[in-house]
Design a protein around this ligand. Sequence first.
Ligand SMILES: Cc1cc2nc3c(=O)[nH]c(=O)nc-3n(C[C@H](O)[C@H](O)[C@H](O)COP(=O)(O)OP(=O)(O)OC[C@H]3O[C@@H](n4cnc5c(N)ncnc54)[C@H](O)[C@@H]3O)c2cc1C
Length: 421
Amino acid sequence: MRKVAIVGAGQAGLQLAHGLLQKGFSVTLVSDRTPEQFEQGRVLSTQCIFGDGLDTERRLGLNHWEGQGGEVETFSVNVAHPGVPGERLMHFSSPLEFHGHAVDQRVKFAGWLRAFQEAGGTVVMQAATPESVDDLAATHDLTLISAGKGDLGKLFRKNPERTPYDAPQRQCSLVYVRNAAPRKNGQGVSANLIPGAGEIFIIPGLTQDEQGRPLAYDSLLFEAIPGGPMDIFRDVKDPQELTAKLKDYIQQVIPWEAERLKDAELTDAQAWLMGGVKPEVRFPVATLPSGRPVMGLGDTVIVNDPITGQGSGTAAKAADHYLTRILERGDQPFDEAWMTQTFEDFYNDYAQFTCMWTNAMLAPPPEHVLNYFGAAQNVPSLAGLFCNAFNRPRTLFPWLGDPQAAADLVAEHTARAQANA
Ligand SMILES: Cc1cc2nc3c(=O)[nH]c(=O)nc-3n(C[C@H](O)[C@H](O)[C@H](O)COP(=O)(O)OP(=O)(O)OC[C@H]3O[C@@H](n4cnc5c(N)ncnc54)[C@H](O)[C@@H]3O)c2cc1C
């Protein structure tokens, strides 16, 4: 029986731990939080995962909360008018071919951690250090670090060629609210782009109420350009006050979202989060003082700004990819060459598109992207292509970075729509 140690019980670490345990591996999972600490702690994310990412969980039977609420069936994009406050310049939306789902990570990680222990996995409750990681590496065939944005990530060197920014590009403010009215055109994500200020995302999700019953909620995620007109919430110290201020801002700047949020209130006292995320891609292998290699997984080696809602989905897909490669490895050693190749294949086949797209979204949209959005208002297939790319970011390329390819695509879809009219 091969022995694998995983440090960090989050989206990637828990998912891979379950996958390996199901395949007969001896798995040690190091978590710095108990299930109760997850449940009672602050929210961690908006965690919306789209169809293909959810499939990786379903294949392991980890979709414990499916069908209980919070599903994401549609996606809509609004661009606020830069010259007329409170007006929309553009709007398009589309049903999602494969529905998304957001399960409060406090609930999900607590549930998955308990299920892992019940299934016979070994859990070590500890905040791992480089020294304790070295001890694990000495006694396991493979040691993975999936500690998210935690300090252990510093073991892994930044890859400067894949990291265009050296500071957070947005200041995030997040609350979960209940009692929003249902959407008129299906439950889904609403992305609101406010030129020069940032973005506001309203995302359905599922959490639990005080009695542990399923509770549907909406995330209000503000992504403010640092120093810009939306960057006014940094000093708020109280979640109720933050909720009131975010609702007030919505009323003033994107009033088309305000009516259904009229009675919305914080789901619980811990349902708020503030801060910035520094986008970074790191090299996948760290060498410990003993000379042993360990491998990074999830946010530890690929961190994206939340603006495209890709982090959990990418972590889920990375866990799925690593699982396949570990199983294929049979009895051969998990050496540095294997670690590097496993990561590179994931990056080249999938993650590079997520990173390129996310980093592009952090810059002001170029003209060809605004032209695409303009055309998508009248051509449903263009709207569908963009909205469904949240599931498959690769489909945004090459047009996202290539004005001619974008013009050709718009012309092709527009002509087809006119022919079918
Ligand atoms: C505001 C915000 C909104 C977001 N919205 C979305 C979204 O809508 N969709 C999406 O896909 N992604 C979203 N993300 C990103 C997503 O939450 C992360 O990318 C994802 O959780 C990463 O998974 P992971 O397993 O790599 O890390 P995590 O899920 O962060 O898990 C890391 C785990 O390691 C533990 N840990 C840390 N240090 C140690 C240590 N020393 N020892 C032991 N354990 C340790 C942590 O406690 C945690 O349990 C968002 C992020 C933010 C900040």
